[in-house]
Every structure is written in structure tokens, then in C-alpha cells.
Ligand binder design. Structure first.
Ligand SMILES: NC(=O)c1ccc[n+]([C@@H]2O[C@H](COP(=O)([O-])OP(=O)(O)OC[C@H]3O[C@@H](n4cnc5c(N)ncnc54)[C@H](O)[C@@H]3O)[C@@H](O)[C@H]2O)c1
Ligand SMILES: C[C@@H](O)[C@H](N)C(=O)O
Length: 390
């Protein structure tokens, strides 16, 4: 393979920020080769910049004929052992068949998850491993859930940058190369203190102050760019804080709204790490997962955008506590503020404008605050009764 040196002015990639691992991976694809800060380009490549092996928009659409709308998609979920992945796999398996949905993660699955359907190890930082999984399993849809959330991201910025940004680059290139339909969730955290906060529309200033938010704005923009440049079928929803009963949150700012239910049922006491009047958009997990399936199934012509806000409700810790106290009047709530999480929450939307999702593909939530509280308490209450009995 012969390589020639390429003029720096034609070079689009930010060389100096690339780490050695990324250089090795690029080199293995025989397209780019970075040595000693000099870019060497495969002179046989037909265009100066393209994602890995995809050489043009027409090539990308050629690959995409492998998925017909009448077939069941073959779905891979990355980061599938977090708060949302197992529930999504359950929903998609009901619709497309157990063996058509593969969960993946870098962690060991619990027994019930391992036995509920296909599970595979996949580290999104390993490009070749990802490609092998996509090829060997004839994947047509990729749901990319791997990420470090807002609070854990601030605690480990280099890891968050690697997983949320470098990992995303791998996912985008694999998806473009194999003509996949790609879903990447974004978040209310993609907005910042200079965004309009009440309500926050789809299109406005986005200057988040967390590595999580910055990486999610990057994901939105890169996905939309790949859609325009390479015809990638990229779909993205900005989720609010998601509340679930049978899965734990992974280290975010909205985690308190899950923990309150467990503590209320188990101890009757809850210490909240956000101030009582901190208003944030929230959603019950069933609505979130259904929205994800609906936007993935929406005909492309109904999507006037590729990144949508979705919302269900907005509340403060005090309002949530009052609603829980309607069912459990003895619940005692105290406040011990976490300054990192509070600063993040104070920069995020208070209300989310999701009118475009409602107009374009008929998004509609089912759960408001009272139904959410009832459902969570029913689930956690019955779960703890089963635990006590056994
Ligand atoms: N849960 C929410 O409230 C919420 C809200 C908005 C957006 N989102 C987004 O939805 C997605 C899923 O969220 P979640 O709450 O399930 O997250 P989570 O933190 O619970 O799970 C993330 C998963 O990613 C995995 N992971 C980490 N590094 C990885 C790597 N190198 N390769 C493969 N997997 C790796 C982790 O093991 C973990 O299981 C994320 O992208 C998140 O940003 C979630
Ligand atoms: C809002 C969302 O992205 C996540 N639950 C977090 O708080 O980080």
C-alpha cells in the first residue's frame, strides 16, 4: 500500500487531539495514517475525506438496500446494561422477535438478562470488534446507548470524552459503512445556561457546560452531518430525565427522581441532592422507550428534522415529594445539596418544547406526574413485598 503526504490545508481531522489508540485504529483501516504529527493519505482513496471505508454518498446508499422495510430489522443495542437498554430490548423483542435484538455492553449481564435473549460483549472503543458484530449478525438498526452521564462524566472527563466522543465516531462510521439506521439519544443536558430554559425549543443556543452535554451536541451535529454528507439514516431524540422502577440510573443529575421511590418504600426517608425548587423535564421509561421505537419506525418523509426534543412532564423535588406523600404520608424528605449536580441542573431546561415531535410523527406521552408516582410505587412496593416474603 503506497502512501503520499497530504497538504495540511486539505486535512479535516483535528490531528493534535487524537490519541495513540485512535491513530492505530485509523491506520488499521488503511485510509489514514498519522505518524509523528504528519498526515499520510492512501493515494488510492477516491475522496480526500470519508468515514473509514465509505467512499461516497452513493456507496452508502448502495449498502442500505440490504434492509427492506418489510423485513424485521436486526437490532444491536450498545451500552445495553444501563438504565434503559434492557427495557428497550424487551420492547423491541416483543415487536421484532427475540433473536432479532442483540444487547451488548462491556459489563457482565445478570442471569435473567443473559437468559432473556442474545447478549454479546462489545466495547464501542474497539472499532474492529464492532464491525465484526455488525457483519456477522447482519445488523440493520443500531441503537447507541453507551455513554457516561452528566455527573459521572464530570468525575472522569477523559473517560467521558473517549466513550462519548471517540466511541460515537466509531458508531457513526460503522453505521455509514453498513447502511444502518442509527439511533443516538441526546438529552436535556445538550443545552446550557445561555439556552432559553422555559421552554427550551429544538433549535436555539446550545452551549452546555458539562463534558456530557458537549459530547451530546457533538453527537447531534455529527449525526446530522453524516445524514447530509453520507445519507446516513440518523435519528436522535433528546430525552428528559428518565424514571424507571426496575433499573438503576447510571450517575446523572436526575437520579434523585428514581431514588426517592426506593427510599420512600424501604426506609420512609429520602435525602435529596438537588434544591427543592429545581425544575427539570422528566419522563417515565415506558414513554421514552416507546418514543424511541416510534421515531425509528417513522417514515423518513415525516421527519422534518433528525434531532427532536421529547417531553412528558416537568417537576421539582418538592412537587415530586408532595405527590409521593399523597400515597406515603409519612415520607420524610431532607435536602443535602450536591454542588456539582445542582450547578448542572441550574443550567438545564426547566420545560422542554417538543411540539415538533408531536406534529411530525405524532409523539404523545402517556404518563403525567400522578400516573408516574402510582406506577413507580406499585412496582417498587410489590417488588419489596416479594423480597420480604422470600
Ligand atoms: N437515563 C436517562 O435519564 C437519560 C436521559 C437522557 C439521555 N440518556 C441517554 O440514553 C443512553 C442510555 O442511558 P442509560 O441511562 O441507560 O445510561 P447508563 O449510564 O445507565 O448506561 C450506559 C451503559 O454504557 C456502558 N458503557 C460504558 N462504556 C462503554 C464502552 N466503552 N463500550 C460499551 N458500553 C459502554 C456502561 O457499561 C453502561 O451499561 C445514554 O446515551 C444517555 O446519554 C439517558
Ligand atoms: C438527563 C440525562 O441525560 C441523565 N439522566 C443525566 O442526568 O445525566
Amino acid at each position: 500500500m503506497a502512501y503520499v503526504k497530504k497538504a495540511e490545508s486539505q486535512h479535516v481531522a483535528p490531528r493534535c487531539s487524537w490519541g495513540p489508540a485512535e491513530q492505530r485504529r485509523e491506520a488499521s483501516n488503511d485510509i489514514y495514517f498519522i505518524i509523528s504529527n504528519e498526515l499520510l493519505v492512501n493515494k488510492d482513496a477516491s475522496v480526500p475525506f470519508s468515514p473509514r471505508q465509505v467512499t461516497s454518498a452513493s456507496d452508502a446508499s448502495f449498502h442500505s438496500v440490504s434492509f427492506s422495510e418489510t423485513d424485521h430489522p436486526k437490532v444491536l443495542i450498545t451500552g445495553g446494561l444501563g438504565q434503559l437498554g434492557v427495557g428497550l430490548a424487551k420492547l423491541l423483542r416483543k415487536r421484532f422477535g427475540k433473536n432479532n435484538v442483540i444487547l451488548s455492553d462491556i459489563r457482565k449481564p445478570p442471569t435473567h438478562v443473559f437468559h432473556s435473549g442474545p447478549f454479546i460483549y462489545s466495547d464501542i472503543l474497539d472499532y474492529k470488534n464492532l464491525r465484526e458484530i455488525v457483519v456477522n449478525n447482519r445488523i440493520t438498526w443500531l441503537v447507541h446507548y453507551s455513554a457516561l452521564l452528566s455527573a459521572v462524566g464530570e468525575a472522569n472527563v477523559p473517560l467521558a470524552r473517549a466513550v462519548n466522543i471517540t466511541g460515537l465516531h466509531n458508531i457513526l462510521d460503522i453505521a455509514a459503512e453498513h447502511g444502518l439506521r442509527l439511533f443516538v439519544p441526546s438529552t436535556i443536558g445538550a443545552f446550557g445556561p445561555t439556552s432559553p430554559r422555559n421552554p427550551t425549543p429544538d433549535l436555539c443556543v446550545q452551549r452546555p457546560r458539562t463534558i456530557y452535554g458537549v459530547s451530546k451536541v457533538h453527537a447531534e451535529l455529527m449525526g446530522e452531518y453524516y445524514h447530509h454528507r453520507y445519507n446516513l439514516d440518523f435519528r436522535c431524540l433528546r430525552y428528559p430525565g428518565i424514571i424507571s422502577a426496575d433499573s438503576q440510573p447510571g450517575g446523572g443529575t436526575t437520579d434523585y427522581a428514581v431514588q426517592i421511590f426506593h427510599d420512600a418504600v424501604k426506609t420512609g426517608k429520602f435525602e435529596c441532592n438537588l434544591k427543592p425548587d429545581t425544575r427539570l423535564p422528566m419522563m417515565y421509561i415506558d414513554d421514552c422507550l416507546r418514543a424511541t421505537l416510534e421515531v425509528m419506525e417513522a417514515p423518513a418523509e415525516t421527519l422534518s428534522m433528525r434531532t427532536y426534543n421529547i417531553n412528558a412532564m416537568s417537576f421539582t423535588p418538592d412537587e415530586l415529594a408532595q405527590e409521593v406523600q399523597k400515597q406515603l404520608p409519612d415520607l420524610q424528605v431532607t435536602y443535602s445539596i450536591d454542588p456539582v449536580r445542582q450547578a448542572i441542573a441550574d443550567s438545564w431546561p426547566m420545560n422542554f418544547d417538543d411540539s415538533n415531535a408531536r406534529n411530525d410523527w405524532n409523539w404523545k406521552h402517556d404518563y403525567d406526574l400522578p400516573e408516574l408516582v402510582q406506577t413507580m410505587l406499585n412496582f417498587i412496593g410489590s417488588d419489596s413485598q416479594v423480597a420480604q416474603a422470600s
